[in-house]
Each structure stands twice: as C-alpha cells, then as structure tokens.
Design a protein around this ligand. Structure first.
Ligand SMILES: Nc1ncnc2c1ncn2[C@@H]1O[C@H](COP(=O)(O)OP(=O)(O)OP(=O)(O)O)[C@@H](O)[C@H]1O
Length: 256
C-alpha cells in the first residue's frame, strides 16, 4: 500500500470539506479523484501533501504517518502540482523547474540537478521556453512548467490538481500520456483531481468519486462512472457508451 487514508476529516473554520474519508492507494497506479466543484478534491490532495493538517484521521505513506515526515522527507516523497500559481517572483522556466530540485540541493546545484531539469523540460517538450519568464507564459504553458517542477523532484507520489484544466485537447492528451508513462516506467503513484470524466476513465486505473466531502464510490472506471452514480453525484442525466473500447460519458439534454 502506497497511501492509506483513514477517517480523514478537514474543516476550514465553519465549512467541513472532508468527512470521514477512507481510501487506499496502491503503488504504481493512477487514481483519478472526480466530483463536483467544492466536493473536496483539492483539500484531499493538500492534506496528503501536508499543506493542510486534518483535524481527524490519519494518512500513511509507505506505512508511516505523514505527520512524522520531516519537511525534506515529504518533499522527496511527494510532488504536488497545484491548480495554478497566480504569480511567481520573476523567474525563468529553467529556474522554476530547478526549484523542484530543492530537496536535493546542497549549497549549489550539481551537474545531476541541471541534467534532471533539462531531462524533464525535454519530456514535457518545453525546452524551447526554458529562458522565458514564467509569469509571461500562457496558462497551459505554466501548467506544463509546474508539472515539470514536480517531476524534477523525482517523487514517489505525484499529486496533480486539475493538470489538464488550461490545456487544449492535444495538450490534455499529451500531459495525461506523460503522466501515464512516468507512472509505468518509474513505478510512481499518481493521484489526479480531474473534472473531465472521459479523460479520467481513459487514464485512471481507479476512480474515487466524491460528493459533499465524502467518498461516494471507488473502483474501476467502468463500475464507478455509471449513469446512476453520475446523476446522483452531479445531478445530470448522462448516457455512457463504449466507443472503440473506451468509455464515453455523454450528457443528455438537461430538459429531459
Ligand atoms: N481556503 C478556504 N477557506 C474556506 N473554505 C474553503 C477553502 N478552500 C476550499 N474551501 C471550501 O471547502 C470545500 C471543498 O473545496 P475544494 O477546493 O477542496 O473542492 P474541489 O472539489 O477541489 O472543488 P473544485 O472542483 O471547484 O476545484 C468547498 O466548500 C470550498 O468552498
């Protein structure tokens, strides 16, 4: 078991965002967290990365309570890609990605750090913008840079909050393929909060469907993404079909 989440509760003052969340996540799998706006997906990822401290429950990574991880240990184990970053202090793409090497840096960066940065820039096909100012990039380009920064960390676990939100259809597929390849080749575990149910079913090994801060369903995409579950969770009638072996969720006319 890579991540074990047991009885997790998190509240922002008066808003209870996570209610008794229990999920087991295995090594080398991609888990998609789906659910309506405000259902607790981002809060869950932030609790795993210890950005937020839950009031109740426990999160074990490799069997160890995350509360007992040192800052450097968590940074070497978990790479977190936020939904977006409003504004970095002026920094080039290269510098932003190099920040991902922080858990490994001594007083100065080594040849290995530089090589790793160029390797991930190549993987994400953003070498050509390495010297551009991060703040001047498009939303989609920034998203790829943030993914590169997390990969430069060489984490065992990658947490991604809406990694495809700002991307066009080609780049959505490209980024999800990259995530899948990294998971398969390096045996890492990816937990991805994502709205697009078709992308989730295409790339995730398992789906966690959330509603109002609770886990509504967990399992194989074929078992979780059913018209009944989707209607109960999103309040939308859909048709789910298989096309070339791929699951497709098609919303029906809301008036029917
Ligand atoms: N910083 C905050 N302060 C107070 N309440 C918050 C804060 N962040 C989130 N919330 C609330 O917690 C609940 C869960 O929010 P969260 O961002 O985890 O949902 P989400 O599923 O990621 O939503 P989305 O799909 O819109 O990104 C919501 O009711 C939200 O309003």
């Amino acid at each position: 078991m890579k991540i074990r989440i047991k009885g997790l509760e998190f509240s922002y003052d008066s808003i209870q965002a996570l209610k008794n969340v229990t999920i087991d996540i295995y090594e080398s799998e991609i888990v998609a967290i789906v659910g309506p706006n405000g259902s607790g997906k981002s809060t869950l990822l932030k609790c795993i990365d210890r950005i937020l401290k839950p009031q109740k429950g426990v999160i074990l990574i490799n069997g160890k309570d995350v509360k007992n991880f040192s800052q450097i240990e968590i940074a070497r184990t978990v790479g977190y890609v936020p939904q977006s970053v409003k504004q970095f202090f002026p920094a080039t793409v290269f510098e932003v990605v190099l920040m991902g090497r922080r858990p490994y840096l001594g007083w100065r960066c080594s040849r290995r750090d530089i090589e790793k940065v160029f390797e991930v820039l190549r993987i994400l096909d953003i070498e050509n913008i390495a010297m551009r100012d991060f703040n001047e990039l498009s939303g989609g380009q920034q998203q790829k840079v943030l993914i590169a920064r997390a990969l430069a960390q060489e984490p065992e676990i990658l947490l991604l909050d809406e990694p495809t939100a700002n991307l066009d259809i080609k780049h959505q597929l490209e980024v999800m393929e990259i995530i899948r390849n990294i998971v398969r080749e390096n045996g890492i575990t990816a937990v991805v909060a994502i709205h697009d149910l078709n992308l989730a079913s295409r790339y995730a090994d398992r789906i966690v469907m959330m509603k109002d801060g609770k886990v509504f369903a967990v399992g194989d995409p074929n078992d979780v993404l059913t018209p009944t579950n989707i209607e109960k969770v999103y309040g939308v009638k859909v048709k789910v079909i298989k096309l070339d072996g791929r699951l497709c969720v098609i919303p029906l006319d809301p008036l029917h």
